[in-house]
Design a protein around this ligand. Structure first.
Ligand SMILES: Nc1nc2c(ncn2[C@@H]2O[C@H](COP(=O)(O)OP(=O)(O)OP(=O)(O)O)[C@@H](O)[C@H]2O)c(=O)[nH]1
Ligand SMILES: [Mg+2]
Length: 258
């Protein structure tokens, strides 16, 4: 039996991540109502199988809601990222990133989420597919991409493939056709770009150290190194010695304040 492929879906609140999972699954498996956990990089996983029998596990995540957020969330983001990457490692690594955005203006928050998940979390080593939702009013949904590809490039948002779709299934009959069409578009692009032959990406040597120091960019203010050691030992289960080593290797971006 072919191994299960792992997909991480990300994007800001209300972009349509849960709706996209349900569209791909062909049934309601992800909750559309807001999650109780709203902390950055928290995740929930859902299993799904396409008609051709290929099995996927989709990790639905919580992204940034603004380009920059409060320092108090920094430590939670570290422990969530560590937990997510470790869980993915146990499952064979990340095979595909789905970046979900609403078809509207390209914003700074979109760009921040793109950088957080693609550049920082996955070190640009995982194929990324852009999923643009809310396009049921377009005569031809693909037109959104043609009009906006220049804006995406300007924000340095690059993708291996894209799907211009509607993920809302409670609209009238006309839109229902587009909803069904969207399922086909989405499944096709996922199959085309999901790392089938290679091992999934699991985060290389020094991943955590590099992630922690890059993460600081999204936060107002700077965390103390002692606080980072605290979170790595208490929430991530590292020994004090290992946590100290991680922090020791963090470059000057996170200066010690203690
Ligand atoms: N019109 C329209 N509405 C959509 C579309 N996709 C999602 N929605 C609606 O937008 C709202 C948010 O969708 P969700 O799928 O919950 O978004 P999410 O990204 O999972 O949001 P969080 O879990 O809060 O991060 C819901 O009311 C959906 O029904 C779409 O393509 N078109
Ligand atoms: Mg959701």
């Amino acid at each position: 039996m072919a191994p299960t492929r792992n997909i991480v879906i990300f994007g800001e609140t209300g972009a349509g991540k849960s709706s996209v999972i349900n569209l791909m699954a062909g049934q309601q498996i992800a909750h559309i109502s807001p999650d109780s956990h709203r902390c950055t990089l928290h995740w929930t996983e859902y299993p799904l199988t396409f008609e051709n029998g290929i099995r996927y596990k989709v990790f639905d995540t919580v992204g940034l809601e603004e380009p920059r957020i409060e320092t108090k969330d920094y430590l939670t983001a570290i422990s969530n990222a560590y937990g997510l990457i470790n869980t993915l490692k146990e499952r064979g690594g990340v095979d595909l990133l789905l970046f979900c955005i609403r078809g509207g203006r390209v914003t700074a928050t979109m760009q921040s989420n793109y950088r957080l998940f693609f550049e920082f979390l996955c070190e640009e080593e995982v194929p990324l597919v852009l999923v643009v939702t809310n396009l049921e009013r377009e005569a031809n949904m693909e037109d959104w991409y043609t009009r906006n590809v220049g804006h995406l490039e300007k924000h340095n948002i690059r993708s291996a493939g894209h799907a211009c779709i509607t993920a809302a299934n409670l609209l009238d009959g006309r839109h229902r056709d587009k909803y069904e069409e969207s399922r086909g578009i989405l499944r096709k692009v996922v199959e085309a770009h999901c790392n089938a032959s290679m091992e999934g990406w699991t985060g290389g040597q020094g991943w955590l150290t590099s992630f922690i120091s890059k993460l600081v960019e999204f936060f107002v203010g700077r965390p103390k190194k002692t606080d980072i050691i605290g979170i790595l030992t208490k929430r991530c289960g590292m020994t004090k010695e290992v946590a100290r080593q991680v922090v020791q290797h963090i470059r000057d971006e996170v200066p010690s304040q203690s």
